[in-house]
Write a protein that binds this ligand. Structure first.
Ligand SMILES: *Cc1c(COP(=O)(O)O)cnc(C)c1O
Length: 382
């Protein structure tokens, strides 16, 4: 079946006792055993909870994976994946990475003997050159944050296979609706479900999908062992969110394209990064590999004072971190989301003090454009 159908039907028909249409919230820590040495299949909610399981199985279906896992946050999910590695292992990582992932790798896992090289993963030759004898994995963002560089997941996964490395894709910006990374050969996809999957700026969660059963068994061992699982209420909210994933993203992409085109023509905008624009370097690749271009836009204004003006004067669009929800948000990556990355690195990556990032929501596009227009106008000295 098509992904819109699978998403809408997630969690259905799980309660045979009452026939409840949606999955119940099993708000319980523990489960009664029917007899000595017997189990209902559930013993304790860290190890398994039916509401969380509905989400985990639903994600596995959307991804075409064998198994899914839900965590307390995207960072908890990524942390859990790092337990696949041991002291001395080396990973290659996308250079313009989510700031929190960078912080996790450099400030936490480096002290346990893992090492990380940061490369432009939109260039497969640079990835190949970065491989060392102890390289165990590639951790790649399919669409990067905030500059929206596009990785060729299919080619990268093939390279990983050839070199016996795990290919882990942070597909948060695209979701399985727009890019099916496991089908393209990746071993693991990881998500901040707090973004498009839950989709309403109301839940923090992390998700992982795994293709191979033996690898999934290891990931489960770490999920249960480290224990940063998603609670039943938040699992339910995420199931609820995923049901409308495809229609939300359709609208968000339609809005994003209109806004990106409008920004391109604005005299106070110097540069627009949106992969849906034909002159974006990743445009053709995304057209071939995926089903859309997402709804994140980064743009540079012409004057530094415009940054504050836009952040303060937009009324509909909220100045806030995060992305992917139904409400549009604007943020200033150099200061807000990427503060943990060294200034020289930010400079090299092009994350400068003129760059703003928009997460386009499902509002009416004319209202969003009108909001940006009045904010720009408010910044002009009379
Ligand atoms: C937000 C985000 C994360 C972290 O997820 P949380 O749910 O905030 O812990 C990881 N990767 C990307 C690309 C993100 O946007």
């Amino acid at each position: 079946m098509k992904i819109a159908t699978e998403a809408a039907q997630i969690g259905l028909q799980r309660d045979t006792r009452t026939g409840a249409v949606t999955v119940p919230i099993y708000q319980t820590a523990t489960f009664r055993h029917p007899g000595l040495g017997q189990s209902t299949g559930y013993d304790y909610s860290r190890s398994g909870n039916p509401t969380r399981q509905a989400l985990e199985e639903g994600l596995a279906v959307l991804e075409g994976g064998c198994r899914g896992f839900a965590y307390a946050s995207g960072m908890a999910a990524i942390t859990s994946l790092m337990f696949l590695f041991k002291q001395g292992d080396h990973l290659i990582v996308t250079e313009d990475l989510y700031g929190g992932s960078y912080r996790l790798f450099e400030k936490l896992f480096q002290q346990f003997g893992l090492s990380f090289s940061y490369v432009d993963t939109s260039d497969i030759e640079l990835v190949r050159q970065a491989i060392r004898p102890n390289t165990r994995a590639l951790f790649v963002e399919s669409l990067t944050n905030p500059l929206l560089k596009v990785a060729d997941v299919e080619k990268l996964a093939a390279l990983c296979k050839e070199r016996d490395m795990l290919c882990i894709v942070d597909n948060t910006f695209l979701t399985p609706y727009l890019l099916r990374c496991l089908d393209l050969g990746a071993d693991i996809t990881v998500y901040s479900g707090s973004k498009y999957l839950a989709g309403h700026n109301d839940t923090v969660c992390g998700l992982v999908a795994v293709k191979d059963p033996a690898l999934a068994e290891q990931v489960y061992f770490h999920q249960n062992g480290a224990g940063a699982v998603l609670g039943p209420q938040d699992s339910w909210l995420t199931v609820r969110g995923i049901k409308t994933l495809t229609i939300r993203m359709d609208r968000q992409q339609e809005n994003a394209l209109a806004i990106a085109q409008w920004l391109t023509l604005h005299p106070q905008v110097a540069k627009v990064h949106y992969p849906g624009l034909p002159d974006h370097p990743g445009h053709e690749l995304m057209k071939q590999r995926g089903k859309g271009f997402g709804a994140m836009i980064a743009f540079e204004v012409t004057e530094p004072h415009l940054v504050n003006t836009l952040l303060m004067k937009t009324r509909l669009i909220s100045f806030a971190e995060s992305l992917g929800g139904v409400e549009s948000l604007i943020t200033f990556p150099a200061v807000q989301t990427h503060a943990d990355i060294e200034p020289e690195t930010l400079k090299r990556l092009g994350i400068n003090h003129l760059l703003l990032r928009l997460s386009v929501g499902i509002e009416d596009k004319d209202d969003l454009i009108a909001d940006l227009a009045q904010a720009f106008a408010g910044g002009e000295p009379e």
